[in-house]
Design a binder for this molecule. Structure first.
Ligand code: CA
Length: 365
């Protein structure tokens, strides 16, 4: 999407909505000491290749939304992975104020805090609808802010992928034993579970995956789903395309906001940043949902991809191992335990409802 298309597409109503909840600019300026005409020139670092479908374009959507809803009072210059800092230094860049914003996924920051992972994807955890509910109406944001507080970062949700694919494998997975010795690119908690199953998880940015699978440096990789996987050409280097993405039943993307930069904004612009992030969250899930099925058709009809479900006993074993891994991390990390207990309680409650609503409905189709 071109940035000017967004500006015209968003229209005056969204701009008004972003501002209407606030007091007048003059009152805010008086309250914060900021001149109402001041322009804030911000940088956004991301963990994605430039304009990468869904993720990179999601970052562009967010930057455009902030510019449009602020009527240009905040400008956002986007830096793809490696342009200002390497992909996995985005968190530090925002923490240190090198950039005011970041667009990423919180499981990349498990080295900062194990609890961070719980806000992106949990194996056999909540889907996009449930995770949004936990974040916006279930109390998760308070916990997420607590986890990032020591780093001077304010997080907000900034996208969803929906249920991901299990990944591309160059070895058949017919039983639990086939996971042993499997070297796979798989980040976050899913990687920990694979390790427990006897595999070797590898974490690497998306841009390195194709070559790693092509050269046999890894036996398998997950990335996202048909829309993103087709864009990377993974069908050219992976034999079997397994589903479902047990390790990422959704991944919630994040907007990282440097706290000092946020606090310098007048109140109406703070609201703009937060509401723009909400809009980006919804837009990304819609983009993935609309594009994944088109890409899946292309993979099936034009590339004859060998699409396979994971065997039931493999999924059952991975589920049991996931519970073990999560319990062990919780036993050794109090903050992880606090967030995970909250997550699990919400998941149990929402599942009871979704058993007779979403799941029951899917069974009728
Ligand atoms: Ca993934």
């Amino acid at each position: 999407m071109k940035r000017r298309d967004f500006l015209s597409g968003l229209g005056a109503s969204a701009v008004a909505a972003g501002v209407s909840a606030c007091t007048s600019p003059c009152e805010q300026a008086a309250a914060t000491g900021n001149a109402p005409g001041k322009t804030f020139n911000w940088k956004m670092v991301t963990t994605w290749p430039p304009n990468f479908p869904g993720l990179g374009t999601g970052a562009v959507y967010l930057a455009d939304a902030i510019e449009a809803m602020s009527a240009g009072r905040i400008t956002v210059k986007i830096y793809a992975a490696g342009e200002l800092v390497p992909a996995f230094e985005a968190f530090d860049a925002v923490s240190q104020g090198t950039a005011q914003l970041g667009h990423s996924a919180s499981y990349y920051w498990k080295g900062k805090s194990a609890a961070a992972q719980l806000f992106s994807a949990v194996p056999f955890g909540m889907n996009a609808q449930e995770l949004t509910a936990w974040a916006l109406h279930g109390g998760a944001m308070e916990l997420w802010r607590e986890v990032y507080e020591p780093f001077g970062i304010i997080p907000t949700p900034a996208g969803h992928t929906g249920v991901q694919m299990g990944g591309w494998f160059n070895k058949e997975i017919n039983s639990v034993a086939d996971l042993r010795g499997l070297k796979m690119r798989i980040p976050g908690l899913g990687g920990e579970v694979l390790k427990r199953a006897g595999g070797t998880p590898v974490s690497m940015p998306g841009s390195e995956i194709f070559t790693a699978l092509q050269t046999g440096n890894i036996d398998a990789t997950e990335w996202t789903g048909p829309y993103n996987d087709l864009a990377f050409g993974l069908h050219q280097v992976g034999k079997y395309y397994y589903y479902p993405g047990w390790h990422e039943p959704n991944t919630m993307l994040e907007c990282l906001i440097n706290r000092d930069a946020f606090n310098e904004l007048p109140e109406d612009l703070q609201t703009v940043v937060l509401r723009a992030s909400d809009a980006a969250t919804q837009n990304m899930l819609a983009e993935y949902t609309a594009r994944n099925h088109i890409a899946l058709q292309t993979l099936k009809t034009e590339h004859n991809v060998d699409l396979r479900p994971f065997p039931r006993d493999v999924l059952d074993r991975l589920r049991a191992l996931s519970e073990e891994v999560l319990a062990e991390i919780a036993a050794s990390d109090a903050l992880f335990a606090k967030v995970y207990d909250h997550y699990r309680a919400f998941q149990q409650q929402v599942s009871a409802w979704h058993d007779i609503s979403e799941k029951a409905y899917y069974l009728t189709t």
